[in-house]
Ligand binder design. Structure first.
Ligand code: KG4
Ligand code: ZN
Length: 343
């Protein structure tokens, strides 16, 4: 079964062709990040307009690379949320139009759930139950997964998402957007134990996250107590790498500690990572050093960031599960509700 995946929930216009949910024939991702970098973050209106301009040529490219024609596509899968509504609607309506024109089934899937599927595309299905760790620009969540398609939320962020925190801390340090890769690169030569920053703990919710205090703590460290974001840096250029390394270490140590705690309470047979932040090599090494007794599934780097192969893989799974697609009534959603994540 050949599935066309479409992803436009944020600032990547992505289309992929995937066979039987596991063989990637093409994976075209057009990142608009350069366009948004000027504004220090994604501008929703610009993102949706650019999806409209780009989507047809991204589709052509995906078909050329996969050496297939539209008529060979058996199913059209699209991310229907969560994300920026205007952007999602571009992909969703494009998918509906294609499905209608080609008379092929169409299916809308959950973008965040798809990030977890990215960890095992082109690998064997992970042993279950699994613990899912979603760390992206918009989400930070620990999920108990008794079976694929069923998720129990164990913990989530109470304020900023981890990727968003990386992006904001990067901007305090004068680094470009997206901040995650810039912080990872700068942190390489830095001392992760120089500055005693802290991630938040939520009373009575040991698996929940809070990064806003870490963000503000880093702001005050580099610009002075109670400083505004726009204030000048008060540290030397040579100290920046230690700030980046200390911030990165504290953020990931928090993910590690809460993941370990969750594994104690909810024994699992595998650990699945998803989301752009999971492409970070320091994080991967930190987990590798733990010598956990269960296998860890990290997405291949190109599949950690937003892409459409993961949308096609989840679309295939969902279609097989119910043996049917969605109706054209299917709507976009901006926020996630894990209880409703499976159709
Ligand atoms: O999953 P993703 O592509 O989009 C969302 O669904 O949000 O994640 C984007 C986020 C951004 O916040 C970006 O700064 C972060 O992932 N990111 C990283 C790295 N690469 C991307 N964070 C830390 N280290 C990285 N190497
Ligand atoms: Zn994403």
């Amino acid at each position: 079964m050949i599935v066309l995946g479409i992803e436009t929930t944020c600032d990547e216009t992505a289309i992929a062709v995937v066979q039987d949910g596991c063989k990637i024939l093409s994976n075209v991702v057009y990142s608009q990040s350069k366009l948004h970098a000027e504004y220090g973050g994604v501008v929703p209106e610009l993102a949706s307009r650019n999806h409209i301009n780009l989507i047809s040529s991204v589709l052509q490219q995906a078909l050329i690379e996969a050496k297939c024609t539209l008529n060979q596509i058996d199913l059209i899968a699209v991310a229907k949320g969560p994300g920026l509504l205007g952007s999602i609607l571009v992909g969703l309506n494009f998918a509906k139009g294609l499905a209608l024109g080609l008379n092929k089934p169409f299916i809308g899937v959950n973008h965040v759930e798809a990030h977890l599927f990215a960890s095992f595309i082109e690998k064997e299905t992970p042993p279950l139950p699994a613990l899912g760790v979603v760390i992206s620009g918009g989400h930070t969540a620990l999920l108990y997964i008794p079976e694929l398609g069923r998720y129990e939320l164990i913990g989530e962020t109470q304020d900023d998402a981890i990727g968003e925190t990386f992006d904001k801390v990067a901007s305090f340090l004068g680094l470009p957007y997206p901040g995650g890769p810039a912080i990872e690169a700068l942190a390489k030569g830095g001392n992760p134990h120089r500055f005693p920053l802290k991630a938040g703990k939520i009373k009575g919710k040991p698996f929940d996250f809070s990064f806003s205090g870490l963000k503000t703590g880093t702001l005050y460290l580099v610009k002075g107590q109670n400083a505004l974001k726009s204030a000048a840096l008060q540290i030397d250029e040579s100290d920046k790498k230690d700030v980046a390394a200390s911030f990165q270490y504290v953020a990931f140590k928090d993910i590690l500690d809460k993941t370990r705690l969750a594994l104690e309470k909810f024994p699992c047979k595998s650990l699945l990572f998803g989301g752009g932040v999971s492409s970070n090599m320091f994080l991967r090494e930190l987990f590798a050093l733990q010598k956990l007794t269960i296998p860890i599934y990290f997405p291949e780097k190109k599949l950690a960031l937003d892409n459409a192969s993961m949308i096609a893989a989840l679309g295939y799974f969902e279609y097989k599960r119910y043996e049917k697609g969605d109706s054209y009534e299917t709507d976009a959603f901006s926020r996630i509700d894990w209880a409703l994540s499976s159709r």
